[in-house]
Design a protein around this ligand. Structure first.
Ligand code: SF4
Length: 344
């Protein structure tokens, strides 16, 4: 057993009882609630998730309701959170639970891990928090804390390092307090042992035995393998308005933002006349170019460099769906990449 990690339960549990944040998903141990919050929190800040979490559960209060939701309703509830495949996987998993398990969330690791969109981290969080199992939930926060505590320079981007940390933590999980221990580690990483070189060691319950603090290396940990630079893609987006309606179109069912609504677009950055020509070729009979705007949107591996043209049109070709402002704002789920151009 690792001697430093073995000291964590005694240090973290009393601190967590005193200092834990009151978060909506910590008010009960209902698997649906914990699962939903963990999926929403992937790649997303706590403050951003609060509102989404409440709205989502108000609209879809049970796993059965999530399983039965219309895709457009689901996408609208997720609009702005990004990584929409998370929402699709949630629904696929909810259907498995509803159809194959009578609506009862599984309790064993293998079955939870087998649900779409549930990785080792999420499975560990659900099983420890909801069912008291000694299953660590190791994400970037927990890897950072463990690297600093032990002054460990192993690259945390390496899957083998993550698996080793999972095994080492599992060996020190305190019986009867597994859920609180998982959450105390998450809490330490989120509020005290902060990323980007700024740990608040003076406020840390582990300060007395942290090697990174004692040796002055904490700020330079964890070590990460270098990331590949993001690939840039250029595209032109069209805000075609005919009277009080705007054109939207479905994205392809596969790939980035699959199946979501978008403004019409073409690859490359077009000039003004080329944009008018493209709209004319679609049959929209453009009557004037109102304005243009350049924006970017950053995905995990790609950056979109986008130019938007706002065109008044005299026709509504059927290749697009033409929606009112009210529909666009309240019913059409438009990813942030496109929504940033919406200036009615
Ligand atoms: Fe992180 Fe500092 Fe605490 Fe060590 S003492 S775990 S570096 S906050």
């Amino acid at each position: 057993m690792d001697e430093i990690l073995a000291r964590l339960p005694d240090a973290l549990l009393p601190w967590y009882a005193r200092c834990r944040r009151d978060l909506p998903w910590r008010r009960d141990r209902e698997p649906y609630h914990v699962w939903l919050s963990e999926i929403m929190l992937q790649q997303t800040r706590v403050e951003a998730v609060r509102g989404y979490y409440g709205r989502f559960l108000a609209a879809l209060p049970t796993i059965g309701a999530l399983a039965a939701a219309a895709p457009d309703e689901l996408n609208k509830l997720w609009e702005g959170l990004g990584y929409y495949s998370r929402a699709r996987n949630l629904q696929r998993a909810a259907r498995i639970v509803a159809d194959e398990r009578g609506g009862v969330f599984p309790r064993d690791y293998a079955s939870v891990r087998a649900l779409p969109g549930v990785g080792a981290y999420t499975a560990g969080a659900i099983l420890s928090i909801c069912f008291g199992e000694p299953t660590p939930a190791v994400d970037g926060n927990v890897l950072r804390v463990c690297a600093r505590l032990r002054d460990d320079p192993s690259p945390v981007t390496d899957a083998a390092v993550r698996e080793r940390v999972e095994r080492e933590l599992a060996a020190v999980y305190p019986a009867g307090r597994c859920g609180d221990f998982t959450q105390s580690l998450m809490e330490l990483g989120a509020t005290v042992c902060l990323p980007n070189g700024a740990p608040d060691c003076g406020a840390c319950p582990c300060g007395a035995f942290c090697l990174g603090r004692a040796r002055g290396t904490a700020r330079s940990l964890p070590v990460r393998a270098e990331k590949k630079p993001r690939r840039g893609e250029a595209l032109t987006v069209f805000l075609l308005r005919c009277g009080d309606r705007w054109a939207v179109t479905r994205r392809p069912e596969r790939g980035l933002l699959a199946g979501l609504w978008a403004f019409p677009e073409t690859p490359g950055l077009l000039g003004p006349q080329e944009a008018l020509d493209a709209a004319a070729a679609w049959g929209a009979r453009p009557t004037g170019l109102e304005k243009s705007a350049d924006k970017t949107h950053v995905f995990t591996h790609i950056v979109w460099n986008m130019r938007g043209y706002y065109l008044a049109c005299a026709a509504m070709p059927e290749r697009f769906r033409w929606v009112t402002r009210e529909e666009l704002e309240s019913r059409v789920a438009l990813p942030t990449a496109y929504r940033q151009f919406w200036e009615p």
